[in-house]
Design a protein around this ligand. Structure first.
Ligand SMILES: Nc1ncnc2c1ncn2[C@@H]1O[C@H](COP(=O)(O)OP(=O)(O)OP(=O)(O)O)[C@@H](O)[C@H]1O
Length: 319
């Protein structure tokens, strides 16, 4: 399957990854759905063990899913062959990992590191490669350390150099796994802002996987993974109020999959003591969800305003 140019840059449908270790099966991804449009900057957050790294390893072409489908910038990751994988990893996607040692060659300077992927790709003449290195050093604000090796740079400078390496060959998609995991708070902000600037400037579709909840302050869309599935999303936008001042609005949505399944946020479940089964009612513009065991009364699913308790069905006939 190949997506046309107008399709999403990342499309995962019912993605499953099962690991077998010592005769025990672990379902790291349990039917994950994700759609990222060209030019989007999206953070994937989730608790430890929720499947974030498994997803990123699959998207980077280093691992294959057990089932479902994953298509990135037109490349089907389930069926790609060895040669296509090399091309995919060299030209279609760029990566930044948490550990500097995985991102940069320790015996090369920053500028030399940025030049490596350009030389390997072999599709630009030397003067063009040199100009590209200069432009990326400027964009990522690492010109002052361009002649230093990684051990002579700060953590933030190392990660900004890693970003320059990752986008050197102008990939359609940038994948970052815990890019701020080894940085202090101020430096993390600096690196996330560099990613935001790069996304805006170069238009590279960017997926940041992290368990750092503050990442949400730097992106418009944060997708939460729970138990190997996308569960909720927070979308942020800036509005002008009646006085012309900027106001930041964040809205939380539950992710509805293709067959209509959704996960209620854990705090909703806890606050109404929802368990086993719930009572549902279809209203004209929303769906009501009530405890099925006669617990406390009405909440809502579907993002609509909460119903009054008068909406509570007595016999489920609202369905
Ligand atoms: N190679 C493997 N063999 C067996 N189980 C694995 C393997 N890789 C991951 N898992 C399991 O799959 C699940 C998801 O792991 P994953 O590393 O994707 O989570 P994560 O959300 O990235 O966690 P963290 O934030 O701690 O890195 C976990 O239960 C993990 O133990």
């Amino acid at each position: 399957m190949t997506q046309g140019a107008a399709g999403p840059d990342i499309l995962c449908l019912d993605l499953v990854r099962i690991f077998s270790a010592d005769g025990v099966e672990v379902q790291a991804l349990q039917g994950l759905n994700l759609r990222v449009e060209p030019g989007e900057l999206v953070a994937i957050v989730g608790a430890s063990g929720s499947g974030k790294s498994t997803l990123l390893t699959i998207l980077s072409g280093l691992d294959r899913p057990t089932g479902g489908s994953a298509v990135v910038a037109g490349t089907d990751l389930l069926t790609m062959g060895r040669r296509e994988r090399v091309r995919y990893q060299r030209h279609t996607v760029g990566f930044v990992w948490q550990q500097t040692s995985r991102n940069l060659l320790p015996y090369l300077t920053a500028a030399e590191n940025v030049a490596v992927p350009l030389t390997l790709a072999g599709d630009r003449a030397a003067p063009e490669r040199a100009a590209r290195v200069d432009a990326l050093c400027e964009l990522l604000e690492i010109s002052h350390v361009r002649d230093r090796r990684p051990d002579q740079m700060s953590g933030g400078e190392q990660q900004r150099t890693a970003l320059a390496v990752a986008v050197a060959n102008a990939p359609r998609v940038l994948l970052a796994d815990e890019p701020t995991g080894e940085l202090d708070e101020a430096t993390s902000v600096e690196v996330l802002e560099a990613m935001r600037a790069m996304n805006a400037e170069l238009g590279v579709t960017t997926l940041i996987v992290t368990h750092d909840p503050t990442v949400s302050d730097h992106v418009r869309r944060t997708v939460q993974i729970r138990d190997g599935r996308t569960s909720t999303e927070v979308l942020r936008r800036t509005e002008l109020d009646e006085h012309g001042s900027e106001r930041h609005v964040a809205e939380e949505f539950a992710v509805l999959d293709r067959v209509g399944r959704l996960q209620l946020p854990p705090d909703f479940v806890a606050s109404l003591d929802l368990r086993d089964r719930v009572r549902l009612a279809l209203e004209t513009d929303h769906v009501g969800v009530w405890p099925g065991h006669g617990g406390r009364q009405a909440t809502d699913a579907g993002g609509a305003p909460a119903s009054g308790t008068g909406d509570q069905p007595t016999d489920g006939s609202g369905r």
